[in-house]
Ligand binder design. Structure first.
Ligand SMILES: [Zn+2]
Length: 68
């Protein structure tokens, strides 16, 4: 599946998915984003989510599973 045309871009540092017009990552403060990402996960309670632990996600939010 093509990654083009997605409504979000992913932070290169923490993989948070943000709107394309956002310039600073609300999770980690990074300014580096990529539109080349795959899969998405919504984390509500990182401490209780095995997937969030596996991906190293510490804050609730929407994340890309893989950043290319
Ligand atoms: Zn980030």
């Amino acid at each position: 599946m093509s990654t083009r045309g997605k409504p979000f871009k992913a932070c290169r540092k923490c993989r948070s998915l943000v709107d394309k017009k956002v310039e600073i990552c609300p999770v980690c403060g990074s300014r580096e984003f990529t539109e080349e990402w795959e899969g998405a996960i919504i984390v509500i309670d990182p401490g209780r989510s095995p997937v969030a632990r596996e991906l190293g996600l510490e804050a609730p939010g929407r994340y890309a599973i893989r950043v290319i």
